[in-house]
Design a protein around this ligand. Structure first.
Ligand SMILES: [Zn+2]
Length: 154
C-alpha cells in the first residue's frame, strides 16, 4: 500500500505540493470563488494535458500579484519532473510556462502554453533553442533579476 491509496494519504501529498508551490498556502484565507476557479483549472489542465488529477496542483501564485489580484500557480508532476505555470485569469487559456530567463535565470513566464502543442514549443525551446514568442508582460514580470537587460520598468 502506498500513501496515495488512501484519502488521507492523497490529501497529505496534495498539501505538501501546495505548500511547496505557495509557501503562504496555510495562511491564505478561504475564498469560495478562488476555490471554484482552482478546481475548474485542475479539471481543465487534466483534460488538456492528459495527466491524472492528482498530478496537478493549483495554488495562488506567491510571486505574482497585479492591482491586488493574485495570479494562479499550476504545477504538473510528471515522470519525476515538475512543470510550473502561472495564469493571471485562472484559466487554461491564460497558462504561461515558467522557465529560467535566458539573461538573468530568474523564473519568468517564458511562453504561452494553453495546449499541448504550445507547451511542446516551450519545451522544444529549452532543448533546441528555437525562440518562442514572449508572452505579453514578459519584460515586466517580477521573476527577472533587477539588473536583467530584458526587464522593463513598469
Ligand atoms: Zn531576466
Amino acid at each position: 500500500m502506498t500513501t496515495t491509496d488512501t484519502l488521507a494519504g492523497r490529501a497529505a501529498e496534495a498539501l505538501g505540493r501546495a505548500r511547496r508551490q505557495d509557501p503562504g498556502f496555510d495562511s491564505r484565507p478561504c475564498d469560495v470563488q478562488r476555490a471554484i476557479t482552482r478546481r475548474r483549472l485542475v479539471r481543465d489542465v487534466t483534460d488538456v494535458f492528459a495527466v491524472a488529477c492528482e498530478a496537478v496542483t493549483v495554488t495562488d501564485d506567491p510571486d505574482r500579484e497585479h492591482g491586488g489580484w493574485r495570479w494562479y500557480r499550476v504545477t504538473i508532476a510528471d515522470d519525476g519532473t515538475e512543470y510550473r505555470f502561472t495564469s493571471f485569469a485562472g484559466t487554461v487559456d491564460a497558462l504561461r510556462a515558467l522557465a529560467p530567463c535566458p539573461e538573468c535565470a530568474g523564473e519568468v513566464p517564458a511562453g504561452e502554453a494553453p495546449d499541448l502543442a504550445t507547451l511542446g514549443r516551450v519545451l522544444d525551446a529549452r532543448t533546441n533553442g528555437h525562440p518562442v514568442p514572449a508572452p505579453p508582460g514578459f519584460g515586466s514580470d517580477v521573476g527577472h533579476q533587477p539588473v536583467c537587460p530584458l526587464r522593463e520598468n513598469s
